[in-house]
Write a protein that binds this ligand. Sequence first.
Ligand SMILES: [Zn+2]
Length: 256
Amino acid sequence: MIDTHAHYTDSRFREDIADILSRIDSSDEIEYVIEASTSIEDSINAIELAKNNKKLFALVGIHPSDADEIKVGWEDELRSLAGYDKVVGIGEIGLDYYYDDVDRDIQKDVLKKQLSIAAELELPVVIHDREAHKDVIDICLESGVRGVFHCYSGSIESAKQLMSKGDWYFSFNGVVTFKNASKVREVVEFIPLDRLLIETDCPYLTPVPYRGKRNDSFLMRETFKAIAEIKGISFEELERITRQNTLRLFTRMETF
Ligand SMILES: [Zn+2]
């Protein structure tokens, strides 16, 4: 299994991160983990984690909720961080109208600037879209970059639009196991197998039956089981297909 979106720099892992990373390292189940970043500082930490752990890769980027804390020169800094070993994309970036704690124009500006850095460096992006579907889709399609909508919560119609006008993937996590998530399961059923990625978003969104516990990459097998069942294929087949998709999107993974 490949976990395409994790946050091991989160403070909830502070006490036992060394133990978790060594278990990932010796695991037969987990092949790779992609660590997503939320700020410049977090990107530096993600690169450090990836440098010291052979199964880990890093994304660098500024989350919309951190878009009002950027400092002068952040674009050059991001551009240079993106050139480090084991950095495979720009993320997570996007718009968040759910918390709405950062001015929407600032969020859009920081998203657009990061998309243009991704275009310039020919890197894929990882998109965070919470209750901002239309604006995110318009801005992403206009940018011409390729990438993945992580924790995809949009409609089947929006997914069709993204696939017909661009090179976009859709990633799902523990939410598919939640009782009240029948809409997400319908979307999973629709998404073509060659556009599907799987993630944890740990420490958040722990799958059933572990809800309430902190999430980690090992619990991702519950998500794989649920999605394999929705798609009517075996666990192994789903592993093989999502592995191919991940390597096709994050092309740098095979170069490190
Ligand atoms: Zn995330």
